[in-house]
Design a protein around this ligand. Structure first.
Ligand code: ZN
Length: 255
């Protein structure tokens, strides 16, 4: 007995020299941490699994930047025009998130959606584990994980007033974006070019201090057939993937 699903996805292989995509505070401490999703039970401390955050947001900003360069108005990530005190939030080239829908839906909203409409893209979680442990894992990608210990000094002295640490990651990882339905060539082109523009932005913290630069190694549009079978209670999963280079090229020309 088996079940299967046929879909398209964009598979990205990227690396970073150093990135700090942390989003949490260690309880009671001063360490900015990665989001812990598994305590590593059975593998010791090094076996902790973390969820890498912020890639969807990075792509969002990449889309905004690219559309602006082309003079095309798209949704801003904010859904408000101004703050409560009347300060302007939105730069001129954008409209509030989702305000274009449904009458004049912009290209970013057609792909990313908003509170008003679901995205046609499904971002697969990137779960990582330290490359300090041996073995391969199906549920996590191995990458270097370490802590950057920093301290703030009292001005003009060597006396430290605050010590803190920031977790960072370094190395290669893959990132997949599933297409939940067929998109037009124009939308495909905009999506692919926005991915290609991601290295121009910075991901996570300390972007102006050398962290958060993404390097793209491969970007592939793929047709995937994922099949799951069960035999005597044991479930096995298999994926067949095929690169759609021609469709990718056509998309890149269409936007
Ligand atoms: Zn819009």
């Amino acid at each position: 007995m088996n079940v299967s699903r046929n879909f398209k996805r964009i598979k990205i292989t990227a690396k970073t020299a150093i990135a700090k995509p942390g989003n949490g505070q260690i309880g009671g401490g001063n360490t900015k941490n990665l989001l812990l999703v598994h305590n590593g039970r059975g593998y010791g401390r090094e076996g902790k699994r973390y969820l890498v955050k912020g890639l969807r947001g990075l792509l969002n900003h990449s889309m905004m930047e690219l559309a602006k360069q082309k003079g095309i108005e798209v949704c801003h990530s904010s859904d408000k025009k101004e703050t409560q005190t009347g300060e302007k939030l939105l730069p001129d080239a954008f409209h509030p998130n989702g305000s274009c829908y449904p009458e004049e839906e912009c290209i970013r909203h057609r792909l990313m959606g908003s509170m008003k409409k679901q995205s046609v893209l499904r971002f697969e979680p990137v779960v990582i584990v330290s490359d300090n442990i041996t073995g391969e894992f199906e549920d996590a990608q191995k990458i270097h994980i370490a802590t950057d210990k920093r301290n703030a000094l009292v001005q003009g002295t060597k006396r430290s007033i605050q010590d803190f640490g920031e977790r960072y990651i370094a190395g290669e990882f893959t990132y997949s974006i599933e297409l939940l339905k067929e998109i037009s060539l124009e939308e495909m082109g905009f999506l692919l070019k926005s991915i290609l523009y991601m290295p121009e932005l910075r991901w996570g913290a300390s972007g102006n201090n050398g962290a958060g630069k993404l390097e793209l190694e491969e970007v592939n549009l793929q047709e995937v057939m994922r099949t799951r079978t069960v035999k005597k209670g044991k479930v096995s999963e298999k994926e067949n993937e095929k690169n759609l280079w021609k469709q990718m090229e056509e998309g890149l020309k269409a936007w």
